[in-house]
Write a protein that binds this ligand. Sequence first.
Ligand code: PLP
Length: 357
Amino acid sequence: MSGISALLQTLARPEILALEPYSHAAWQPDRVRLHANEAPWRPAGDTSAAGLNLYPEPIAHELGRRLAALYEVDPAQLLVTRGSDEAIDLLSRIFLRAGRDAVLQTPPTFGMYKVAARIQGAQVIDAPLLREQDWRLDPARLLAAWVPEARLVYLCSPNNPTGNRLDDAALLQVCEALAGKAIVAMDEAYIEWSGAASFTRFLAHHPHLVILRTLSKAHALAGARCGALIAHPDIISLAARVIPPYAISQGTIESVLRALEPAALSGSRERLASLLGERRRLAEGLAALPEVGKVWPSDANFLMIDCHDPALLLRRAAAGGFILRDLTRQASLARSLRVSVGSPEHNRSLLRSLATP
Ligand SMILES: *Cc1c(COP(=O)(O)O)cnc(C)c1O
């Protein structure tokens, strides 16, 4: 047995390994489709190229190839998903046996890892980041918390909501220590702002490594719901069996393909760079407010702040028409809020609102 098939025999749910996938209507775009019970007319207001009356491609291959080129991986290593949220859901369903398995995560972190695990009936084990050390990942602490039931380990870098990049050497140490033992899922939702190189460069040596990418943040496509699961081709074929057919809508396929045109991509790179300047100005403005105790360093498009009275700042923000993310219910974040870096105008106006008693 090859390394990956031994790994999947050990870690994937037997039901998924044995699953007979849904047999969808054949995809032959050159023929007239009288095999899928679609309507023969376009709906009102349909401006799509293909026609919204027709099912989209069962697996979005062209979009997959374009995303593979964007992320510099082989198309067989990538599955297009409805945002990273769906990739997280797929991982839970493939690898976690209800009532037996667990995920290991590093709070404070993205809430969907826990929710998806709970939906699947799995436990959640926490190995917190070190607040006193700027939310550093301690590989020894994480590995000590690992148990064989923890089949999925989530690492988020830059981390949401703390905003910091995790150290590559620490991430790699975790990845190497868990080879053959767990799936290590690296969530790179904010990597475009960090200047870090993607962990896709380690995929060839680590078949248990999975990378999550999204178009929701740096590509300004949150409304399109599009992301990518990047992994060994054998993991991708398992995920392709579990994802519903026609998961990616025609509207999403067409709008994401437009956003991946070279001119569009260079435009979004420029905006990315200008947002970094805006992040610095916003951080300085927030740090100057007497109610703000600390602005945490950020490698992402948001800032986490610690406040003397978070409720007061939330009220001032609301009075100016702004919503900030209240993090105060999380154990180590009792005084923290998260602020997305907005347009220059909105950032200035937010700072004025926060300074207005
Ligand atoms: C926003 C975010 C995502 C992206 O989710 P989508 O479903 O792709 O919109 C993934 N991971 C983290 C940590 C995020 O903050």
